[in-house]
Design a protein around this ligand. Structure first.
Ligand code: FAD
Ligand code: SF4
Length: 490
């Protein structure tokens, strides 16, 4: 029989992204002996060559909902999705927290209770306003259209230091400007003594007599078992529920998956835009949002890079027409709708015990996405675009404001789009104060002592803004609750 390595620790953290890394740092700095298990590779800035063909499959995991074709992307590697994200930072909207208090009985999630953790994250990841030197022409075309229409919008804060405008944020930052977990909380965890194992995939959590006992994992050197009285789950919204289901923990697991659905709109301008240089994202139109005091239909519009591979993948059509559009790349600007979905999906296991996603957008969400497409097209025409392509299979380009009426004909069918996708994922093992979620307000699994959910799976719904700061702040909040409980029982 193959041998198995056995480690003993005070705490195991599974996953090293926005949820896992802050918890590992906080627990290790409080003196706990922490082991971090991360399934992905350990990268450094030298690996981030910008070669999409080599890096995308190693840095990103893609999943498709079989029912709708919705594509879901998550990062993998030490640092999780923060390695590949766009560095945009938003504080948790107070009205979202109010909704969680009212709908899910999470009375402690007040703005005041969250604020110290949000402030700590803001400082720790160096979130800062985005200045004009980091607003490329892609961002400016959206800002111009919004300004001419009188819409609310702003440059978004980013967690970067000395951004060199290379436009490679989604492939890992080659200059270490982006302050991902790899450069912030993970070095802190390591300096405080945490043992960080990469290429090690946790397969199941073992429990006995109502308490967590160990984590079974598999790595490059074979089987690994980590015995610890405390396990913090942070494997992301698809893998945390899958790990729980593989461990035989099913109550409240896999349900209430929520997303921010996204669609891209691409516009051609007479003058060059060069939207592949500069931050991949930087400017947001908040006019149509339903958070932070707004009462719109519930979507943000954010500019997004025209990097060749992702632009080619999102544009509709094939053959000569697709080649014509790509030939215009230097003149293209691009933005996306970031919808605060009302749909609820779920995660379960396929026949091989791997995560499987079910997500069929409700008609109301599809109708709101359609409003978003029309809004972006309107903004681009206001900014002077000569052509606008919606991500709708078979649809002719819009050539002026008069064509906006045709957006009403876009079918309310997820399969009509060339790319309908999400990178903001929520839920699957969520908190509830009413006893119906997998965990309670402190991220504690109900009925299993020592098991905590600390990543985006613990959030009871979507945030309506880019979520990394909320996820990190929530993770720090849960880590403090864990430490307080240990203090109380020590
Ligand atoms: C392309 C992209 C762009 C984004 N842009 C932004 C942005 O600009 N601003 C923003 O606020 N948010 C952004 N996000 C979202 C944000 O980064 C995520 O919401 C956040 O990182 C999720 O945190 P998490 O801890 O739940 O999961 P992740 O950060 O995804 O971390 C999960 C980690 O667990 C590891 N793992 C999975 N299974 C196992 C296992 N069985 N054993 C061990 N390890 C495992 C994974 O490899 C991964 O490293 C973006 C996301 C993506 C993908
Ligand atoms: S645009 Fe800035 S943050 Fe993004 S990869 Fe380049 S240097 Fe890093």
């Amino acid at each position: 029989m193959a041998s198995e390595e056995v480690l003993r620790a005070d705490a195991v953290v599974i996953g090293s992204g926005a949820g896992g890394a802050p918890v590992a740092a906080r627990l290790a700095e409080a003196g706990l002996d922490v082991v971090v298990l991360e399934a992905g590779e350990r990268f450094s800035s030298a690996d981030f060559t910008g070669r999409a063909g080599n890096l995308l499959p190693r840095l990103m995991r893609a999943s498709v909902a079989a029912d709708s074709g919705m594509e879901v992307y998550a990062g993998r590697g030490l640092g999780g999705s923060t390695l590949v994200n766009d560095a945009l930072c938003w504080r948790p909207p107070p009205d979202v927290l109010a909704g969680w208090r009212e709908e899910h009985g999470l009375g402690g999630l007040t703005e005041a209770a969250f604020a110290p953790f949000v402030d700590a994250v803001w400082r720790d990841v160096h979130a800062a306003p985005t200045g004009p030197e980091n607003l490329n022409r892609n961002a400016r075309q959206l800002a111009l259209g919004a300004a001419r229409l009188g819409w609310a919008g702003e440059a978004m804060p980013r967690n970067v230091r000395g951004c060199a405008n290379l436009g490679l944020c989604n492939l890992g930052c080659p200059t270490n400007a982006k302050q991902s977990m790899l450069l912030t909380y993970l070095p802190r965890a390591k300096n405080a003594g945490a043992r960080i194992r990469t290429g090690v995939r946790a397969e199941r959590v073992e429990t006995a007599a109502g308490a967590v006992r160990s984590v079974r994992a598999r790595g490059p050197a074979g089987r690994l078992r980590v015995e610890a009285p405390l396990v913090c789950l942070a494997a992301g919204v698809l893998e945390t529920p899958a790990l729980l289901l593989r461990s035989g923990l099913e109550t409240g697991v896999g349900r209430d998956l929520q997303l921010h659905s996204s669609l891209h709109v691409t516009a051609r301008f007479p003058e060059p835009v060069h939207g592949y240089y500069g931050p991949t994202m930087a400017y947001a139109v908040s006019e149509f949002s339903d958070v932070n005091g707004r009462s719109g239909p519930g979507f943000m519009i954010e500019n997004v890079s025209t990097a060749p591979v992702t632009t080619a993948g999102a544009l509709p059509g094939f053959g000569p027409e697709h080649a014509r559009m790509m030939g215009l790349l230097p003149h293209l600007a691009r933005s996306l709708v970031v919808l605060r979905d009302r749909t609820r999906g779920r995660v379960d296991l396929d026949g091989d015990g791997e995560a499987r996603i079910h997500y069929e957008p409700v008609a109301e969400d599809l109708a709101r996405l359609r409003l978003g497409l029309a809004a972006i097209a309107r903004a681009y025409f206001a900014a002077g675009a000569s052509e606008v392509w919606l991500p709708v299979n078979g649809m002719a380009p819009l050539t002026g404001e008069a064509d906006l009426a045709t957006v009403d004909d876009v079918p309310l069918d997820p399969r009509a789009f060339s790319l309908l996708y999400a990178v903001h994922l929520f839920g699957g093992a969520s908190m509830s104060g009413r006893g119906d979620g997998f965990c309670d307000e402190a991220g504690r699994a109900r009925g299993v002592q020592g098991l905590h959910v600390v990543d985006a799976s613990s959030l009871p719904g979507n945030t309506g803004v880019n979520p990394q700061v909320t996820i990190m702040a929530n993770a720090l909040r849960i880590a403090d609750a864990v430490l307080a409980a240990r203090g109380a029982t020590a």
